[in-house]
Ligand binder design. Structure first.
Ligand code: SF4
Length: 231
């Protein structure tokens, strides 16, 4: 089976545990204001590759994965090409390679359910803690994200919650408390990660001729992140 990928990163350390190969899928139905990868949005972009071809690239890196690492499929939105990712994960797991999925949780159907059955860890990007901002800054409802989380919980999946902290939008202690409180309701959550908002993507937006909606918002400092972690 073939899928559209944006890019392949050989060895990453920020998308899940340990050292990981990261596959960025092409295509995303959301329009997050803080998106770092607007070049992944176009469903017709990227390049067509076979699951087997990507698997071989991952396999060549397995000596670096150690006991915690493996592959993470990110995006774009990997759930859009759930059948392709499922085939890739199936090949990886048969070879003992651990599989993580980085997603917004915006789609749920039979293909996604099958993909989840082949996923060891879900990195769920839970972007805001109120519905108004969720809709306004992503185009998705918070209820959809929470419904996805509830399904992961029911399936007994391992989950890491991740949120990009954006000064003035979701950096209040109250908001972060609500985020951490999810783990009281959903025992599948192993970890909650706060990621600092960065603006390295500004040039990408310029090159694509798209306005970056958060251009005037400052980056999140390490101090802010550390303070919020102690909420
Ligand atoms: S879900 Fe990810 S790729 Fe899609 S718009 Fe949001 S941040 Fe960008």
């Amino acid at each position: 089976m073939q899928g559209r990928i944006h890019s392949f990163q050989s060895l990453g350390t920020v998308d899940g545990p340990g050292v990981r190969a990261v596959v960025f899928m092409q295509g995303c139905p959301l329009r997050c204001a803080c998106c770092h990868n607007p070049d992944t949005w176009d469903f017709g972009g990227g390049k067509l590759v076979s699951a087997e071809e990507i698997f071989r690239k991952i396999q060549r890196l397995r000596a670096y994965f150690g006991k915690d690492g493996g592959v993470t499929v990110s995006g774009g939105e990997p759930l859009l090409q759930a059948d392709f990712v499922a085939e890739l994960f199936s090949l990886c797991r048969a070879d003992g390679i651990s599989c993580a999925l980085d997603t917004s949780g915006c789609i749920y159907n039979e293909s996604v359910e099958r993909l989840l059955s082949l996923t060891d860890l879900v990195l769920l990007d839970y972007k805001y803690t109120n519905d108004t901002d969720y809709n306004k800054y992503t185009g998705m409802s918070m209820q959809s994200a929470e419904d996805f989380l509830a399904r992961l919980d029911a399936l007994g999946k391992r989950v890491w919650i991740r949120q990009v902290i954006i000064p003035t939008l979701n950096d209040s202690e109250e908001s972060v408390r609500r985020l951490y409180a999810l783990s009281e309701r959903y025992s599948c959550i192993e970890k909650t990660e706060l990621l600092p908002f960065r603006k390295l993507c500004v040039e990408k937006y310029r090159a694509l001729g798209i306005d970056f909606p958060l251009e005037n918002i400052p980056e999140a400092s390490e101090e802010l992140i550390e303070r919020l972690k102690r909420h």
